[in-house]
Design a protein around this ligand. Structure first.
Ligand SMILES: [Zn+2]
Ligand SMILES: [Zn+2]
Ligand SMILES: [Zn+2]
Length: 142
């Protein structure tokens, strides 16, 4: 799998470094995690990597399009490897759990504006909000 990440890094002209590979691996194994979690995962494997280095790696990977950054309202930014497919997210209001929802249309913008006001619209930001199964169970058993 590391060699696949090396290929992806080279494809966007980024040098292959151990912190970059560690961040990509962490996001492969743990989609939709916040920066703090990425730092903890990377440092569990490479204790010498600084917080700042992880921030820098996340920014470089996001800028290069290898990582998608999402930020639901009132939540901290989360990162994932699934890019370029315009998928959406369902977010639990209680615990913040996030899951992927395939875009029914498959490309942006997947909603037609009733009035585009002359703008060239290229994206509709869709976030589904609700209660995850775990929180729903906890609520009914109280
Ligand atoms: Zn929940
Ligand atoms: Zn996602
Ligand atoms: Zn959609």
């Amino acid at each position: 799998m590391a060699s696949d990440f090396e290929t992806r890094l080279r494809a966007v002209s980024l040098r292959v470094t151990r912190p970059r590979l560690a961040v990509l691996t962490a996001l492969r194994d743990h989609p939709h995690v916040a920066t703090d979690t990425v730092i903890a995962l990377v440092r569990a494997d490479q204790p010498t990597v600084s917080h700042q280095a992880v921030y820098d790696v996340l920014r470089a990977l996001t800028d290069a399009g290898l990582v998608r950054r999402i930020q639901p309202a009132r939540a901290t930014a989360r990162y994932e490897l699934r890019v370029g497919d315009n998928h959406h997210h369902v977010v639990c209001r209680s615990c913040g759990a996030i899951a992927d929802v395939d875009c029914a249309v498959g490309h942006a913008p997947c909603l037609t504006a009733s009035d585009h006001h002359g703008f060239v619209v290229d994206e509709a930001e869709v976030v589904y909000w609700g209660t995850c199964p775990g929180c729903a169970t906890a609520r009914t058993s109280q």
